[in-house]
Design a protein around this ligand. Structure first.
Ligand code: NAP
Length: 377
């Protein structure tokens, strides 16, 4: 048998819930348009208030553009309309719209958060995280519907499009976070897929599609966004207990590699690629792989997290960043079906606990966590 989760299809009640949030007006556009064909913006840095001659009243805040040549070292007034800035003088200030001035507000991003556990994580973060919380979705309409649903609950998530299968989409988000926030405080890699057990798609195709999103997509996000994580940042990679059972189904040789404390990211990528290739040649079982594409993809996520945590220890030890993989439990979502014991809110508990580990916590880090408890890998 080559299927994945033994989960029945989503119940009518879930379907109705989805339909009931359709049709809400799309709220305000919250992300900034990307500059086309222009060099990276020089970002202004806060400075002391300008003299009155610069045009500012006492209550106004001013910023001095740090990277302008001397002739253009003018003060930019926050809130003054962009055309006024342009006409105020130098062409070096041409691209600095006041909205682009960097925010010091902490920021959290949750991937795949238009529904299911991701949506519940955003809901919790909106209540508990002191900063901006970005609900992201590959489909903007589904994302905006989810934002509208949370707004009805009195919450204020922001929205940004993100398809983790699309490197360009990831880079647009990366550039946006860099420009607007100068980095990122919390990243929850939640987006994932699983074929239903009844799905008749050939196993090799299931393997390629599942690994593409769950492992390679998650890895691409990490490659682009981990360098942006600020000191005391938190990263949560949503894996699954299935990664542990799938590890048990691997050959001794593979288990040893996946448990190794020295395996590199390149070696892991090679192994994940080999799994996909082995399924195409129908030799994956002979090569020591378990018969679950979802399970192997989540082995990849758990091992990737262990490697990334090790890299943070080596390269950014003083930054106190904590990065972990976790399992949300078996949760009633479109992926897992109606028979699962946990609600999405209950499923969000462990990811949110890891996302909000206090600044004085020195762990968990590089662990696989379920029910807020570190599990043996
Ligand atoms: P879900 O209800 O199916 O939601 C999955 C979310 O991921 C959706 O928002 C989906 O967006 C998004 N997504 C899928 N591919 C994406 C892509 N390429 N780019 C961006 N977003 C993408 O599933 P869930 O149960 O909430 O699962 C969330 C995470 O928990 C997954 O990583 C899953 O493997 C893990 N997990 C779940 C359970 C469980 O029992 N439910 C157990 C263990 C682990 P669309 O709406 O556009 O498809």
């Amino acid at each position: 048998m080559t299927g994945e989760y033994h989960f029945p299809p989503a119940p009518d009640s879930l379907q109705r819930e989805r339909e009931s949030i359709d049709g809400h007006a799309i709220p305000r556009k919250t992300h900034l348009a990307k500059r086309k064909n222009k060099p990276p913006l020089p970002l202004p840095s806060p400075t002391r208030p300008a003299p009155a001659a610069a045009g500012g009243g006492a209550a106004r805040r001013h910023f001095r553009c740090a990277r302008l040549p001397p002739r253009c070292a003018q003060l930019l007034l926050v809130g003054r309309p962009f055309p006024a800035l342009r006409s105020a003088g130098s062409d070096c200030c041409f691209g600095i719209h006041p909205e682009k001035i960097m925010s010091n507000v902490p920021v959290a991003v949750v991937t795949g958060s238009n529904k299911g556990i991701g949506l519940a994580i955003v809901r919790d973060l909106c209540k508990q995280f002191k900063g901006d919380v970005y609900l992201t979705a590959r489909d903007p309409a589904r994302g905006q519907e989810a934002v509208a649903k949370l707004q009805e609950e009195g919450l204020h998530p922001l929205f940004h499009q993100l398809d983790i299968d699309d490197l360009q989409s990831i880079k647009v988000l990366r550039d946006f976070l860099k420009e607007k926030y100068g980095g990122l405080n919390v990243l929850v890699n939640n987006a994932g897929i699983a074929f239903k057990v009844s799905d008749r798609t050939p196993f090799a195709v299931q393997a390629e599609v599942t690994l593409k999103t769950n492992f390679f997509g998650t890895r691409n996000i990490c490659t682009e966004l981990l360098p942006l994580i600020k000191p005391y940042g938190r990263v949560v990679n949503v894996s699954s207990m299935v990664s542990i059972s799938a590890l048990g189904g691997c050959s001794q040789e593979l288990q040893k590699k996946f448990r190794s404390d020295t395996i590199t990211e390149d070696e892991l990528v090679e192994l994940m690629t080999k799994f996909v290739e082995d399924t195409k040649k129908s030799v994956h079982e002979k090569e020591g792989w378990p018969n679950t594409a979802y399970g192997v993809s989540k082995i990849g996520v758990t091992v990737l997290s262990r490697i990334q945590a090790r890299m943070l220890n080596e390269k950014r030890k003083g930054d106190h960043i904590l990065l972990n993989a976790c399992c949300p439990g078996w949760v009633r979502t479109d992926m897992a079906g109606p028979k699962a014991p946990k609600s999405p809110e209950e499923g969000a508990e462990t990811p949110v606990y890891l996302a909000l580990l206090p600044s004085d916590a020195d762990g968990p880090h590089g662990q696989f966590v379920s029910e807020k408890t570190v599990r043996t890998w």
